[in-house]
Design a binder for this molecule. Structure first.
Ligand code: MUC
Ligand code: MG
Length: 381
């Protein structure tokens, strides 16, 4: 007799949370973040939760929150309901055999399956992934208020509070001279000892990137993220060869195949890996192993996930063979409020990895009911 637990139901909910301040990127300014929260109920009584986010609707990438929910409701859930809940790899293989793309929906679903499976086996997700190499993860903070004086004050307060000591600046939305002046002002305000990185979010063409990166090197910036369009890998490779400062691929590297192709071309020094761009935790780990084998640095990237997604990412980045460039898993700290019972713990410049079975995050169902986008329609139903 087959006693394996089965998946009984899958629900995907859109949740809109306000940010603590405007967050300005090259392609959009965020005032809120939308989480797609997945709840997966199994026949043995375990419930797994997952999450996917993107940035600015369709401004950042090709998958919107509404599209992620639709893919889960209409395609992933019908494929999985009634099937074995405890064989996560086979469940995801079934999904991948039938659903092209949609890596964000796949990631949210895989997290929920792993959460339930971890609770079932009494193991944290990082143990399911082979074990944590580190129990806490260094986390930088992005200074992106749009105002250099405010950014400097914010950074000084965060250093003082021992929350962050590395800062990423979002540039690329202004003329080059203005962006460089902005970086210079922050460097002056924080001094030469503080590690600064920049993220151009694909905004420059190659000639602008050559000028821009030369200027950033002179200011002592430690890392330049995705300076040119994601598909312009040849330009990324030329910039990586030309400059001493480390060049990081972000939008250009989604999964293990991208990781392999970019490494074969020596097109980047570092990869920003993101769980939803990879399609889940296992796919992220596979990409990390390719990077590690190729001698490419690994950086734990974010799409500004909330607490569920950030902790899911923390489990896999804890399990990565190396993590030379730390992480940017600060998403929950950018949100004014949360939908979890206990928010992630940040101390001594690091995010603490939960050591309890599963994901280690519980939803606050009252908060979820308050912030879910369909609350109004539910009230009138
Ligand atoms: C990105 O492109 O890296 C990560 C941090 C942040 O502020 O924006 C994201 C997206
Ligand atoms: Mg980036």
């Amino acid at each position: 007799m087959n006693t394996s637990p089965t998946i009984q139901s899958v629900e995907a909910v859109l949740v809109d949370l306000p940010t603590i301040r405007a967050h300005k990127l090259a392609m959009t300014t965020m005032m809120r973040q939308t989480l797609v929260i997945v709840r997966l109920v199994c026949s043995d009584g375990f419930t797994g939760i997952g999450e996917a986010t993107t940035i600015g609707g369709l401004a950042y990438g090709e998958q919107s929150p509404e599209g992620i929910k639709s893919a889960i409701d209409n395609y992933l859930a019908p494929l999985l309901v009634g099937t074995d809940a405890a064989d996560v790899n086979r469940a995801m293989q079934r999904v991948c055999a039938t659903v092209q793309g949609n890596s964000f929906a796949k990631s949210a679903m895989e997290i929920a399956l792993l959460d339930a499976q971890g609770q079932r086996l009494g193991l944290p997700i990082h143990a399911l992934l082979g074990g944590a190499m580190r129990g806490a993860l260094p986390v930088l903070w992005t200074l992106a208020s749009g105002d250099a004086t405010r950014d400097v004050d914010e950074a000084l307060a965060l250093i003082e509070a021992r929350r962050h000591k590395v800062f990423k600046l979002k540039i690329g939305s202004h003329p080059l001279a203005q962006d460089i002046a902005h970086v210079q002002a922050i460097r002056r305000g924080l001094g030469d000892e503080v590690m600064l990185t920049v993220d151009v979010n694909q905004a420059w063409d190659e000639p602008t990137a050559v000028q821009g990166i030369a200027a950033l090197e002179a200011i002592g910036v430690g890392l330049v993220e995705q300076p040119v369009a994601r598909r312009n890998r040849r330009a990324l490779k030329r910039l990586t060869a030309r400059f001493d400062v480390a060049i990081m691929a972000d939008e250009a590297v989604h999964d293990a195949i991208d990781a392999f192709d970019l490494a074969a071309d020596a097109a980047a020094d570092v990869y920003a890996l993101k769980i939803s761009q990879a399609g889940g935790l296992w796919p992220t780990l596979r990409a990390a192993c390719v990077a590690d084998a190729a001698g490419v640095g690994i950086y734990g990237g974010t799409l500004l996930e909330g607490s569920v997604g950030s902790i899911a990412a923390a489990h896999v980045f804890a399990a990565c063979p190396t993590l030379a460039w730390g992480t940017e898993l600060f998403g929950p700290l950018l949100l004014k409020d949360d939908i979890v019972v206990q928010r992630p713990a940040y101390r001594d410049f690091e995010l603490q990895l939960p050591q309890v079975p599963g994901l280690g995050v519980q939803l606050d169902l009252d908060k979820l009911a308050f912030y879910r986008r369909d609350r109004a329609s539910q009230t009138f139903a």
